[in-house]
Design a protein around this ligand. Structure first.
Ligand code: FNR
Length: 341
């Protein structure tokens, strides 16, 4: 049941497949006879130096994968010099994750109907040293995840909400996840309400879930610090486009004014290379981290991150690029360019 919760997407899971396959339709165009004796894959994200242009995406309830939950994931992030985004639906309290290691952490936010609860969590995150707020904008309600419904998946209690709200929503539909989201998430939250979010925190705000240039421009207008091109790992609106297929349009709309990140379907170092070539500053990794966590806790997550880093380093050497700045639009060919072989 928990595997299905992690692996699954919404409805026909068309977008789930597309997130991965759209990467397959992009070629990398290598340059040969470049001195690639030394490759440096390090970069910075929102001004924080990281060992590679990848970070851990916010995913809920890590204790379903491993008894140490988000603490194990955070320790792996620290060991790999990588940033971790901690989910609003984390199974460990934010303070426990914060005190477990010195990983740079961002806090992912859902806005609840009870604004005071969302505000309290943002303030707790800020007090315990989180460096940014990621507002997830694609989840006014939960997508229809049929595996969870069939499995009658019930969310375990979430420790961040102890004493604040009951996560114990009863439903006759089998799974309580969607009912819980509908009962708690504020579906009326919209662009004008970003002013409220700015008023309760000094942290930089990133908007996660942007898939169109129109929304990218709105994000610029409301003055956020970054955009994450994401379809929530294909768990929300099925038939939304693969993230890599819309990245370039969003990057063009943003015109370098704020950083653009991407997640969804990143499974290989070559995928990271392609996202950077199309204008992303970095990518976020969701399911591979969860699978590493389930397989072997902190060490499993480290292994996943290191595999991706090793693959990226090798792809950069083979493509004739020594640093992430050397990766340009000219290093990839998409379907919009010339017909692919
Ligand atoms: C997610 N995602 C997610 N996003 C978010 O903003 N808050 C959350 O609590 C969660 N929870 C969550 C649980 C699980 C099991 C998955 C797989 C995903 C979405 C996540 O941040 C990210 O957008 C995707 O996981 C990226 O796609 P890949 O790497 O899983 O293909």
């Amino acid at each position: 049941m928990y595997y299905d919760y992690y692996a699954g997407g919404a409805e026909d899971q068309y977008t789930l497949k597309e997130n991965v396959e759209a990467f397959h339709r992009i070629n990398i165009l290598p340059r040969v006879l470049v001195d690639v004796g030394k490759i440096d894959i390090s970069t910075s994200i929102l001004g924080y130096r990281t060992s590679a242009p990848l970070m851990i995406a916010p995913t809920g309830m890590h204790k379903l994968a491993h008894p140490e939950g988000e603490v194990a994931t955070a320790r792996a992030a620290a060991a790999c010099d990588t940033i971790m985004a901690v989910s609003f639906s984390s199974s460990c309290p934010l303070e426990e994750v914060a005190s477990s290691c010195n990983a740079i952490r961002f806090f992912q936010l859902y806005v609840y109907k009870r604004r005071d609860i969302s505000a309290l969590l943002v303030q707790r995150a800020e007090r315990s040293g989180f460096k940014a707020v990621i507002l997830t904008a694609d989840t006014p309600r939960l997508g229809r995840r049929e595996a969870d419904i069939k499995n009658k998946m019930i969310a375990p209690p979430l420790r961040n909400f102890d004493g604040l709200i009951s996560t114990d929503v009863v439903t006759d539909k089998g799974s309580n996840l969607a009912a819980y989201a509908s009962a708690t998430f504020d579906a009326s939250f919209c662009w004008k309400d970003i002013t409220w979010l700015k008023s309760i925190t000094n942290l930089p705000i990133l908007i996660k879930g942007v898939l169109t240039p129109e929304d990218a421009i709105k994000a610029l207008e409301v003055g956020v610090s970054g955009i994450i091109v994401s379809n929530h790992g294909a768990r929300q609106l099925d038939y939304s486009p693969a993230t890599i297929s819309v990245l370039e349009e969003v990057v063009e709309a943003v015109q370098g004014k704020i950083p653009v990140l991407l997640d969804g379907g990143v499974r290989r170092g070559t995928d990271i290379f392609k996202a950077l070539a199309l204008g992303a500053q970095a990518v976020m990794i969701g399911r591979p981290v969860l699978f590493g966590l389930a397989a072997n806790g902190e060490y499993g997550v480290k292994r996943v991150i290191n595999m991706l880093k090793e693959e990226l380093e090798l792809s950069m050497a083979l493509a004739g690029t020594c640093t992430v700045k050397d990766i340009t639009r000219g290093h990839v060919r998409t379907q919009h360019d010339r017909p692919l072989c």
